[in-house]
Ligand binder design. Structure first.
Ligand code: ATP
Ligand code: MG
Length: 357
């Protein structure tokens, strides 16, 4: 029942990809595509949690996110980039998995609570909003993925996924109650228990200096930003040190000052970084302005080859072709899982074959 080590991860098309995606997940995807069977999902159904009234925007951003991923170095010959809405097994499994999860368990998810607050949804969120976390378990398990490269905010979702996988394997596949996670597949479970692969930078702060950099908040540096826009955005970062003079000493907690997180992540010259931090702490004639310039240059250096690659994918038809072939691969993989699921869960009666025209 075992298969090649598989990776599944994805992005919601709520806007263009940003440098938080790069450090949190996409950089890892680019490495993994060399050695693993990789599937990268565009979660366009989940985008309706916040954008149900803007279907054209979701449609456009689905193509944009794919274009950005290609620009960042995802190779469509190696990895499958695909559309959630075109892979029916994902919705079918969501329905079944929703039956395996207590409602209160879904609502306890801290990331879900955070998102409701940050996105200003209070009591007005749709029934589909909490359901999307169940959908995410389906996205991952439908590929029988072993590992999921994600940012820190996704770890609670992954925990939910692991619970569903364990419950499914125990309820329908006879995996014993006390089985270790790593033994589930060899004991006959349909699903491996997937692990979160959180990169070194699990949460890049946004240019507001406070929240996680997020597509839905106006605090991002996009892959499509021009060099000038990057300079402007970095220039406006609020560091909480704005009245500080270059000669003021001060203890800088890198977790508190977004500029220093950016310096750590994007500037690679370790000796220079140590020197800057030291001078900044001593108030040795260095202010935010100088650090901002260094950071902006480093980010532009990272983005330049991405901007260049993006030009090859300017035509929507080229991106759609990539998405179609990725989606066909995703359908094949998930239909196979669905067959296995239906057989043990008692929902299968007939064989079926799905094809894209
Ligand atoms: P939205 O605001 O719509 O939730 P987002 O910017 O949070 O969008 P997602 O599509 O939710 O982006 O996330 C895609 C992947 O990128 C996830 O694995 C997530 O953890 C990771 N990610 C997103 N933002 C960051 C960030 N600032 N730092 C590290 N990883 C991130
Ligand atoms: Mg998010």
């Amino acid at each position: 029942m075992s298969h090649t080590h598989r990776i599944l991860t994805g992005d919601t098309p709520t806007g263009n990809l940003h440098i938080g995606h790069w450090v949190g997940s996409v950089r890892r995807r680019v490495e993994l595509q060399e050695t693993h069977d990789c599937y990268f999902l565009i979660a366009n159904l989940h985008a309706y949690t916040t954008r149900a009234d803007a279907p054209q925007d979701v449609h456009r951003d689905s193509i944009e996110v794919a274009r950005d991923a290609l620009a960042m170095g995802i190779d469509p010959e190696k990895a499958a980039i695909f559309l959630q809405s075109e892979v029916p097994a994902l919705s079918e499994l969501t329905y079944l998995f929703a039956m395996l999860l207590p409602f209160n368990r879904v609502m306890r998810n801290p990331t879900l609570k955070d998102e409701l607050t940050v996105k200003g949804l209070a009591d007005n969120y749709s029934f589909g909003f909490p359901l999307y976390t169940v959908g995410q378990t389906a996205d991952i398990l439908a590929f029988r993925a072993h590992s999921v490269p994600v940012g820190e905010d996704q770890v609670p979702h992954l925990e939910l996924t692991r619970e569903v996988a364990r419950r499914f394997n125990k309820t329908y596949c006879g995996v014993p109650d006390k089985a270790l996670d790593e033994d589930h597949e060899s004991l006959g479970g349909v699903f491996p228990i997937p692990v979160a692969d959180v990169g070194k930078i699990g949460r890049l702060v946004g240019t507001d200096g406070q929240n996680k950099m997020s597509k839905s908040l106006d605090n991002t540096i996009h892959v499509i930003d021009s060099a000038k826009q990057v300079k402007q955005k970095i220039g406006k970062i609020y560091t909480g040190q704005d009245s500080r003079q270059p000669t003021d000493p001060g203890i800088i907690d890198p977790d508190e000052n977004p500029l220093f997180q950016y310096l750590d992540v994007f500037v690679h010259d370790e000796a220079m970084k140590a020197d800057i931090r030291d001078r900044y702490e001593r108030g040795d004639n260095i202010g935010d302005g100088e650090v901002k310039m260094l950071v902006a240059d480093a980010i532009n250096e990272l983005l330049e080859p991405m901007r260049e690659r993006r030009r090859q994918y300017e035509d929507d038809a080229v991106v759609l072709k990539v998405l179609k072939s990725g989606t066909a691969r995703a359908i094949a993989a998930t239909e196979q899982t669905l067959d296995m699921v239906k057989e043990v869960a008692g929902t299968g009666f007939f064989a079926r074959t799905l094809t894209l025209n």
